[in-house]
Design a protein around this ligand. Structure first.
Ligand code: STX
Length: 318
């Protein structure tokens, strides 16, 4: 089993104004002469954390990381206006041009896999290889499974807490019931909803419940951006032209060398999505981790991701 590289600080950080409204935070980590890689965090709205710097050999990689619109250190915080999948794809291109990089590796888990796939489909010539984890295709059935019915059958205790802010007569459509509260002008309503939404995801992200992991999801500021931005993207169906758009366009990226790392017991992003993606893309390498859930920090997932970054870090840009 592989374990994380040592803690590391960025060698360069900054901000990039990407629209009239938004400015995003970025950082560069590792070897300035290493193979370039863009790190795409989850949520949307999750932001980057220091721990996820440690999946990359700092001698091999020049890792470029950023907080997507409205989260982490990006400003304005928790802003939903001008915040879409297409804007994020454009931001990744703005970063690529800003750093004068012709082609790079793309790494993303969960929503990061969604955005990585969408970015690659729109810009296939800019992507050298893909490392994807906990595949999320943002289809109606995936949203329904996690926020309406399905995951509820496996975590009835956590589900009860997720339901708590929503009265009986609104529970037939939890996504929209949450959206109303997360965009409420009543700050108490908004923060109660944000914590319940966010804790639901934290509670279901690991094979074995981990209270210290869940703790992070209940912190007010994190929960506010995470819940609001996720819910905003999901009520808007990811801003995709049609349900299943990523699968329908996979032919555009089948030539790109790709590893998919997926936990068998991923409740947040069930393995069916990774399997459907791999079935539509037989050239991709699918690693199903038999004893893991969703989180990148599960031992088996972490080990396979580091194997992947070591492998691709030694391949030339293709
Ligand atoms: N959202 C799953 C996701 O992208 C449906 C995600 N879950 N947790 C995270 O991201 C963080 C660890 C980045 C907070």
């Amino acid at each position: 089993m592989r374990d994380l590289y040592p803690e590391i600080e960025p060698y360069n950080t900054g901000f990039l104004k990407v629209s009239d409204t938004h400015t995003i935070y970025w950082e560069e980590v590792g070897n300035p002469k290493g193979k370039p890689l863009i790190f795409i965090h989850g949520g949307p709205g999750g932001g980057i954390d220091a721990g996820s710097r440690r999946y990359f050999d700092p001698t091999l990689w020049r890792v470029i990381r950023f907080d997507q619109r409205g989260c982490g250190l990006s400003t304005p915080f928790s802003e939903l206006n001008d915040n879409t999948t297409w804007a994020s794809i454009a931001d990744i291109e703005k970063l690529r041009v800003h750093f004068n990089i012709e082609k790079w590796s793309v790494f993303g888990g969960s929503w990061g896999s969604t955005l990585a796939l969408a970015y690659a489909i729109e810009n296939p010539n800019r992507v050298s290889d893909l490392i994807l984890r906990g595949i999320f295709l943002l289809r109606e059935k995936e949203i329904r499974w996690f926020y309406q019915e399905g995951a509820s059958f496996l975590f009835p205790d956590a589900w009860e807490k997720y339901l708590a802010p929503i009265p009986q007569n609104e529970r037939h459509d939890l996504l929209n019931a949450y959206y109303r509260r997360l965009t409420s002008s009543d700050s108490k309503v908004r923060s109660e909803a944000a914590k319940a939404w966010s804790v639901w995801e934290g509670s279901t992200s690991k094979l074995l419940f981990d209270p210290s992991f869940v703790e992070r999801f209940s912190v007010g500021e994190f929960a506010d951006a995470f819940a609001r931005i996720e819910c905003h993207y999901f009520v808007n169906k990811g801003f995709f032209k049609e349900d299943g758009w990523l699968l329908k366009n996979v032919n555009k990226i089948r030539h790109i060398p790709t590893w998919i790392v997926q936990g068998r017991y991923d409740v947040v992003c069930p393995a069916t999505s990774a399997y459907e993606l791999h079935s539509a893309w037989p050239e991709s390498v699918l690693h199903i981790i038999p004893d893991a859930g969703h989180s990148a920090s599960e031992p088996g997932i972490k080990s396979k991701l580091i194997e992947a970054t070591d492998y691709f870090g030694k391949q030339p840009l293709t």
